[in-house]
Design a protein around this ligand. Structure first.
Ligand code: SAH
Length: 248
C-alpha cells in the first residue's frame, strides 16, 4: 500500500526536497509513499490569483483567505477522502510520536502549509482540519513543518527502516528519552565506553539503559518525566492501572 502525502502549498517546488534523498527517497522510489504537492494558488478565483488579504482589525502582514483554502482542501478531500487533514500552525497541538505513529498507520495525510500571518480562523470551523505545531518557535512557512511530519511518518512505514525493531527503544516511544549510545573506538580522547556495555551481560545492559533513560528524562525533560511517572503502567507484567509511584 502506498502512503499518499498531499501537500497544499504556495511553494510546491519545495517537495519532496530533502525527502527525495536517503531513507525517504529510497522509499519513494520503491513506491512506499508518494509525494503530491498541490499549488494552492490554483484555487484562487480573482484575476490576480490572490490567496491572501489584509488582517481584519488591522496589523502587519497578510492572512490566507478561508474561501481559497476551502477550495484547495475540498479538492484534496476528493482525492483522498480518508486521509487526515493537518494544518501547520504554531497555534496547533504540539506534534508527538504517538500522533506520528497513528498517521503513518493510515492511508496518507493532507498537509495545509501556512504563510504570512497564517490562516483565516474560519477555515478550522468549516472543515475537518487538525491544527498541528512542530514546536514553540516561528517558521516562515508551514512547508518545513510538513517535511518534518512526513519524515517522521515515512520512516515508520512498513519496510522502510532496516531492522523493524530499531524503532522500539527510540526516544518518546516509551514516554522516555532514549539511553545514550556509544560506538568504537573503545577509548577516545581519554574517554572510555561505560564498562557495562562491554560486559556482554544483556540483563545488566538492559538495566543500565533503563536507568539512564529514566535519569536523563528526569533531568532534561521534567515535563515528559512527570507524565511518564503519572501514567498507568503499560507493561504487560505491570500492575495495570496503578500509578508507578504506588508500586512497591
Ligand atoms: N502569525 C502566526 C505565525 C505565522 S508563521 C502566529 O504568530 O501564530 C507562517 C506560517 O508558518 C504559519 O501559518 C504556519 O503554517 C507555519 N509555521 C510557523 N511556525 C510553525 C510551527 N511552530 N509549527 C507549525 N507551523 C508553523
Amino acid at each position: 500500500m502506498t502512503f499518499i502525502a498531499q501537500i497544499l502549498t504556495l511553494y510546491p517546488d519545495m517537495f519532496p526536497g530533502p525527502l527525495g534523498a536517503s531513507l525517504a527517497g529510497r522509499a519513494m522510489e520503491e513506491g512506499k509513499w508518494s509525494c503530491n504537492p498541490i499549488q494552492m494558488r490554483d484555487f484562487a478565483t480573482d484575476k490576480h490569483k490572490s490567496v491572501d488579504d489584509t488582517p481584519a482589525g488591522g496589523g502587519a502582514g497578510m492572512v490566507l483567505r478561508a474561501d481559497v483554502m476551502a477550495s484547495a482542501v475540498d479538492h484534496a478531500l476528493e482525492q483522498q477522502p480518508h486521509a487526515p487533514i493537518v494544518a501547520m500552525t504554531p497555534r496547533g497541538k504540539p506534534l508527538t510520536q504517538a500522533r506520528v505513529r497513528d498517521i503513518s498507520a493510515g492511508p496518507g495525510v493532507t498537509i495545509l502549509c501556512g504563510r504570512f500571518e497564517g490562516f483565516d480562523e474560519r477555515i478550522f470551523d468549516a472543515r475537518p482540519i487538525e491544527q498541528v505545531s512542530i514546536g514553540d518557535y516561528i517558521l516562515s512557512g508551514g512547508e518545513m513543518g510538513a517535511l518534518v511530519l512526513l519524515d517522521a511518518c515515512i520512516r515508520l512505514l512498513p519496510g522502510v527502516m532496516g531492522a523493524s525493531s530499531s524503532g522500539d527503544d527510540e526516544s518518546f516511544e516509551t514516554g522516555l528519552l532514549e539511553y545514550p549510545q556509544f560506538t568504537r573506538p573503545q577509548k577516545w580522547e581519554g574517554r572510555v565506553i561505560p564498562e557495562v556495555l562491554r560486559s556482554g551481560d544483556h540483563a545488566k545492559i538492559a538495566a543500565w539503559r533503563k536507568q539512564r533513560a529514566e535519569e536523563d528524562t528526569r533531568l532534561r525533560r521534567p515535563d515528559l518525566w512527570e507524565h511518564h511517572r503519572d501514567a498507568p503502567d503499560q507493561s504487560p507484567s505491570g500492575a495495570r492501572g496503578q500509578k508507578k509511584e504506588d508500586r512497591s
